[in-house]
Design a protein around this ligand. Sequence first.
Ligand code: CP
Length: 325
Amino acid sequence: MTRPRHLLGVEGMAPDELHALLDLAESFRDISRRPIKKVPTLRGRTVFTLFFEDSTRTRVSFEIAAKRLSADTVHLGKSGSSASKGETLLDTARNLEAMRPDIVVVRHSSAGAPHFLARRIGVSVVNAGDGQHEHPTQALLDLLTIREHKKVLDSSLTVAIVGDVAHSRVARSNIFAMRALGVNVRVAGPRTLLPPYVESLGVTAFERLEPALEGADVVMALRVQKERQDQAFFPNGREYARRFGLSLARLAYAKPDVIVMHPGPMNRGIEISPDVADGGHSVILDQVENGVAVRMAVLYSCIGGEAHAGATSDEAGAARAGGAA
Ligand code: CP
């Protein structure tokens, strides 16, 4: 029996693995731009989405990705499942495994929950965000968006990741992936929201936004994660916006062709001003579009990557190069 392939994180992924997944995602993005947005590539396969934390983008885009590849999908959330009656994550997963899905996509508030399941069930597990640890498909869609706009992903690029870095799995996954590719990464935010170890990840840390934004090619604003903050890390939202919000005035420190990213959901008027979120530099909705393509590539790679007779030759060629962790 072949071992299931998982995508648990981007930490440790090599540049050629990252680029292969992005190449595959690019070919799948074309499918979503056609009038008929469906190929039979994963017909007969079953994808379960287990979301024990709220989500709009990740949950919907995994479901759309699976459906565009013709897989059957089943969704389970915390409130509608027996987790609310006290069933453990492992019991839930083992019961679902008995129904023979091909992939289980998991979002959980505990760091390591997808890794725990991957060691115990014989099904491919994809991490859709685990606590403050990793959000690998978000990092991949962010890389795809940067590559689409900047044409490169290497040491010629400077990316500033600004805001609540301490609580952000999006920041961690992006830092791992970008550093592997040689991209220069700066992080900036209030001292209380910068992890003490952050420079050991190969980034430069700033306690003010302006020097971090100086000459940046890409600015990624992070959500202030109130649900993960167990103490007052800053006085109030207005004070945060005044000192650390991404405004048009602050964005002027970056390169004239800077792109602005945000993983969503946004706190408009706190970490990002509406005129930046909706302005000409924003690629936030491109990120969402690329999320579907990246998740198609990840589902396809985890299931085995063999080209279906109905797949296009582009998909088949890209799939041969693709691979998940
Ligand atoms: N970016 C992201 O993970 O958004 P959701 O929480 O809506 O899935």
